[in-house]
Design a protein around this ligand. Structure first.
Ligand code: TA6
Length: 274
């Protein structure tokens, strides 16, 4: 494990193949030996305190997007840009922790909690776990997501298998829909699927297949801004949308987690080269 030198503190493990920054406990890179990067980071990403780096696997908690009901700020919750404490690590894993003692009074979510992020690698897989414990004395509810940006050769040629028959909320056209067959993206896509199933991402351009396994996740979020929205973001180049596809393990909206005092919940996502 080596300390990451640069504007954001962090670590490189597995001979530098896995990179994680302390801010947001955000995995930024995973590139197995002999393979192309599996996680995408924007070439125009900005590495600034208080700003989530565009790419890798940001941690969304205790809400997803703008949350439920009244829109919440910051988008995707307040731990994504907060300083997590690195509590363990070696050449195959790193572990971070954050609690309400760090994030302080949060009017939108005034609860006592402890969150642990574990990232671990094998030669051909990356596992990211977000464990949340209710350390208060009343039931809490929250949303969460591991907002993974997969690197792909050309998103227009990618197929996503495993969502067939799943209902989804469509944040592009509004309303809901039901997936028929494999998902092939044809434009701006922003969907929260009600599916706990694994998905298989086939990437013909890079001649590879990624298996995305989930645990403790009722939802799969699929997002790509496409050409028309890539330029909405100052940290995504105009053509950046073609090389990325977000496949996120999540619990959002009606699938928010309810946790009794003292109880814990684990959300996990495992990405494996097939
Ligand atoms: O995961 C999908 C999504 O909720 C999209 O609506 C889009 O906003 C994306 O997250 C990125 O959010 P960010 O706050 O990182 O720009």
């Amino acid at each position: 494990m080596e300390e990451l030198q640069g504007p954001l503190a962090g670590v490189r493990i597995d001979e530098g193949r896995l990179v994680c920054v302390d801010q947001g406990a955000q995995v930024l890179a995973w590139q197995p030996a002999g393979a192309r990067p599996v996680l995408w980071v924007s070439p125009a990403a900005r590495y600034e305190e208080g700003r989530s780096v565009r790419g890798g696997a940001p941690v969304c908690f205790p809400w997803f997007g703008v949350g439920r009901g009244e829109p919440h700020e910051p988008v995707h919750g307040f731990v994504r840009t907060a300083p997590w404490e690195r509590v363990a690590g070696d050449e195959t894993h790193v572990e971070y922790r954050i609690t309400d003692a760090t994030t302080g009074a949060q009017p939108r979510w005034p609860h006592s909690y402890s969150a642990t992020l574990r990232a671990s690698v094998t030669p051909d897989s990356l596992r990211i776990e977000l464990e949340v414990t209710n350390t208060g004395d009343e039931e809490v509810s929250f949303e969460n997501a591991i907002h993974s940006y997969l690197a792909v050769g050309d998103v227009e040629r990618v197929r996503v298998e495993g969502l067939d028959g799943a209902e989804f909320d469509d944040y592009v056209v509004g309303g809901s829909g039901k997936q028929v067959g494999d998902l092939v993206l044809e434009g701006h896509t922003d969907r929260v699927y009600r599916s706990a199933a694994d998905v298989v991402v086939t990437d013909p351009t890079w001649e590879r297949t990624l298996l995305v396994h989930k645990e403790g996740s009722a939802n799969t979020v699929v997002w790509n801004p496409w050409r028309e929205h890539a330029t909405d973001m100052d940290d995504v180049p105009a053509d950046g949308w073609q090389g990325m596809l977000c496949i996120e393990a999540a619990n959002a909206r009606d699938d928010a987690i309810f946790l009794a005092p003292g109880k814990s919940h684990v959300l996990a996502q495992e990405i494996a080269l097939r």
